[in-house]
Design a protein around this ligand. Structure first.
Ligand code: IVH
Length: 826
């Protein structure tokens, strides 16, 4: 074959591969190969086409922008084409870019607008006389899709322009994106409920925006940044790009506060490194930065090449997605026993970090992706999120691979792994007898927001548990300084023989690596050496000993300091599933006493506003476990942990607390408050209900199927006991609760309020603080338990939900009047 023929073959293959990938990406929001690979193939194609001009063709993917618009949306012909950007991957390429401009313009000083390159979807927004009239995707650059209805749901996109002086026709271009936190939250929900999991925030943005149903798209949290303009008619824009962005901001468009004006190639490269260093901490994904010659005259003078301006370039960051192969699939056991499958990978560099493990989230996710050992996969690492497997490149699957199945036994403790009812969660049933769960539980207990035992890092916990020194959290309070000292000395010794020789003069003759092992296991044989190492004075010139001494002393002090705990911290520290800090705080506030909380039948936890069935059952389950009760006993033993702020339960627990309510809160199928009241009118105690014949329930006025449901429920495991003890504890609660409120009750005590939309008379924080001062809990989402929703202007989905649930809605005026009536002037 001639060299032209070889090139032709390769060019054809590249064009085919790139076109298929681009089509899937732009038209179906599907990613066949990672971006970095796409870029690499594109560069190869461009280089070949440049070397063989005869083979270049206008319809080559190298001359295309994006994908064809899909036929699902009406077409929009862009008044000014939406272009793409050339890429630079190295400092050299950035310097070349500046040099080309310098040579052509011959100006000396060159100023650039440097901006983050958001990883989302390019859109164009058209405003006529200051009113948003149409929004479109980029499509193939000339024609896009009309996604106006979906764009209207994005809060960051103004409906009307602020201020004045805008051109009669103004097209604003920018990026629609999904903030990382929203993406994570969305996927966590989707994984739990088996919904569609988004591959990355950009796919999230693209998929949402191209949803045909604006209501579906509205459920996915999207945002927008403006980075430029399209058609401008009937008015002027400033003469530089940076001033134009500032003007757009005045008119109400979000413009990234990371945009800067910098000078020359050095300024650009400094900017690149600065943003690169901050990349992981940003609230959104960026795949690089964009440099644009700042003054518009210069831009005109530079003009365009095929699909991109010569006055701008995208400087890409290392890709956050890479391909690698799965060597094995293991499972990791978390604090509450959740078994998370983890892919062990052929090590690969992703955004500057070597990745060897990636989470697969849960078995459902594996099944959805169909990840198998031997597969080539795309892994993604973005921000501080753990690396994850995004998709499988099925074309590269080796023959004979088999689908993965969740193992039946915990790899750590051997206990059975069971699937949690109704959720995509598998759990090791070993509870705290499983060392993996024990380690996680101890780490959580010691963490800053729990008992705050500074200095007790994971690797120490690991060894303490493995050596059997710490079996449960209470053992932390029995740790001896000497044990810690030895532990640290042994663990910090990068080279065991070096450690051994350092202490050799002070130890018996045969000291070697065996010494270290002995220390690690702290077995009896080590005692002789132990004594000698410990006998070295702390001021001994040997540095490791000094460091270890300081660490051990500080750790002992931190452990001691944690002995005086608040109820809320201790409750959080116990690591009960679904009990985060705010739930722990609410429990402490309402019940006031661990002795009460640890004995309470679960339906009674639902007395606390915002505690629903799932959390209540999880609390009940936790306290039902003997191991957990023993751990609490051990903690509370004299001299261990003391709770300083116990108090009687809140008097608000009285409200509506009766047997009928207990029946409702026990979630007996079909039992509503009304039906429970009918039942209790005839059978006024739990014992009577348990003893009654099914016919009795019908006689009491229950519909037949409810009566049957109740009979079946009462036969269920532990249900009779739950009712009896629920009743007993209900009575005790009523007795223990002081009849009059100990603290003066605020007018909104125990009520949950939600704020939504924009308030004009006071900030949202101020409104929240005042409502809380009157006893309200201000929550982020609307539920049946919400007392009322305060809706400011532009209120969105929360208002819709409140209306749908029949929750009261207050406008701002009503809130202000109410606050004024209760002594809070805005
Ligand atoms: S300027 C003529 N600025 O990157 C200049 N683009 O291929 C056109 N992008 O999908 C684009 N951040 O949506 C520009 N600050 C920024 C950007 C940016 C992200 C996206 C753009 C397009 C791609 C360029």
């Amino acid at each position: 074959m001639t060299s032209d023929a070889i090139a032709r073959q390769r060019i054809d293959a590249l064009r085919q591969q790139l076109a298929t990938a681009a089509q899937a990406y732009h038209e179906r929001d599907e990613q066949l190969i990672p971006d970095a690979e796409y870029d690499r193939l594109m560069r190869e194609l461009e280089a070949l086409e440049a070397a063989h001009p005869g083979l270049d063709r206008a319809d080559s993917p190298s001359h295309q922008v994006g994908g064809r618009p899909s036929s699902r949306f009406p077409e929009v012909v862009h008044a000014m084409p939406m272009l793409s950007l050339g890429n630079a991957f190295s400092d050299e390429e950035v310097r070349d870019f500046v040099r080309r401009i310098d040579e052509r313009l011959q100006r000396g000083q060159l100023l650039f607008s440097a901006e983050p390159k958001l990883d989302g979807l390019a859109i164009s927004l058209r405003y006529e006389d200051g009113v948003f009239v149409q929004g479109a995707t980029r499509g193939d650059g000339a024609t896009g899709e009309d996604v106006t209805a979906n764009l209207r749901r994005i809060k960051a996109i103004p409906d009307r322009l602020d201020g004045n002086g805008w051109p009669a026709v103004l097209e604003v271009r920018g990026e629609v994106y999904m903030p990382r936190a929203d993406f994570e939250r969305y996927n966590a929900q989707a994984r739990l409920h088996g919904g569609k999991v988004l591959a990355n925030p950009r796919n999230g943005a693209a998929g949402s925006l191209r949803q045909l149903d604006p209501k579906v798209s509205a459920q996915r949290p999207l945002s927008f940044y403006a980075y430029g303009t399209g058609e401008v008619d009937g008015g002027e824009l400033p003469s530089t790009h940076s001033a134009t962005l500032a003007r757009l901001a005045q008119w109400g468009f979000p413009v990234s506060d990371l945009c800067r004006v910098v000078e020359g190639a050095d300024g650009l490269l400094d900017y690149y490194r600065d943003i690169g260093a901050r990349r992981d901490g940003l609230a959104f994904d960026i795949d690089g930065v964009v440099y644009k010659l700042d003054d518009r005259d210069g831009q005109h003078a530079m003009g365009f090449v095929a699909r991109a301006p010569r006055w701008a370039v995208a400087h890409k960051f290392p890709a956050q997605e890479q391909t690698t192969t799965v060597e094995a699939i293991g499972i990791q056991i978390g604090r509450t026993g959740a078994a998370t499958p983890v892919a062990r990978l052929q090590p690969v560099q992703v955004a500057g970090v070597t990745v060897t493990n990636a989470t697969l989230h849960n078995a459902d996710q594996i099944a959805r992706l169909d990840v198998r050992v031997g597969d080539t996969v795309i892994v993604r690492r973005a921000g501080d999120v753990i690396p994850e497997v995004v998709s499988v490149i099925v074309d590269r699957r080796p023959d004979g691979s088999r689908p993965w199945v969740m193992p039946q036994a915990c790899p750590v403790c051997g206990a059975e792994i069971v699937r949690e009812e109704g959720a995509a969660v598998w759990r090791c049933s070993g509870e705290l007898s499983c060392p993996a769960q024990r380690k996680e539980a101890i780490a959580h207990f010691a963490s800053r927001r729990a008992m705050d035992i500074d200095g007790l890092g994971d690797r120490y916990i690991e060894t303490l548990v493995d050596a059997g020194i710490v079996r449960g959290v209470a053992d932390l309070y029995r740790l001896q300084r000497d044990t810690l000292l030895l532990l640290k000395l042994a663990l910090d010794a990068a080279d065991p023989s070096a450690l051994a020789s350092a202490v050799a003069p002070h130890l018996p003759a045969d000291t070697s690596g065996a010494w270290l092992n002995a220390v690690l296991k702290l077995d009896a044989a080590a005692d002789g050496w132990r004594a000698q190492v410990l006998a070295l004075p702390a001021t001994f010139a040997w540095n490791p000993k000094k460091i270890a001494t300081r660490w051990a002393d500080n750790l002992i002090a931190a452990i001691d300091a944690s002995r005086d705990a608040t109820l809320e911290r201790l409750l959080f520290a116990l690591g009960i599933e679904h009990v985060g800090e705010s739930t722990a705080k609410a429990l402490a506030h309402w019940f006031g006493d661990l002795e009460l909380i640890r004995r309470l039948p679960w339906p009674l936890f639902k007395r606390v506003p915002d505690i629903g069935g799932e959390v209540a059952r999880s609390l009940g389950h936790f306290f039902e476990q003997d191991g957990n009760q023993q751990a609490i006993d051990a903690l509370l033993q004299v001299g261990q942990v003391r709770i300083g702020d116990a108090h009687p339960p809140s008097s608000r627990l009285h409200e509506g607390l009766d047997l009928a309510q207990l029946l409702v809160e026990a979630e007996i199928p079909g039992i509503t408050r009304l039906r429970a009241e009918k039942l209790v009118a005839v059978l006024p105690s739990a014992a009577q209900i348990l003893d009654a014949e099914p016919a009795c329930f019908i006689a009491a006025g229950l519909p037949e199927d409810t009566a049957r449901g109740l009979t079946e429920w009462l036969d269920g495991d532990g249900h009779g006991q739950l009712l009896l003890s629920g009743e007993t504890w209900m009575r005790r609660l009523l007795e223990r609760t002081p009849a009059q409120a100990a603290q003066p009750a605020g007018p909104l005590d125990g009520q949950t309020v939600v704020l939504t939309g924009t308030l004009s008379g006071l900030t949202r924080d101020a409104a929240k603080a005042r409502l809380e001062a009157l006893g309200a809990k201000v929550a982020g989402s609307v539920s049946k338990k919400t007392a009322f929703v305060v809706a400011g202007s532009d209120a969105g989905s929360k208002l819709d939900k409140a209306t749908a649930l029949g929750v009261a809605v207050w406008d701002e005026a009503r809130l202000l009047t109410f606050l004024a009536e209760h002594g809070h002037q805005p």
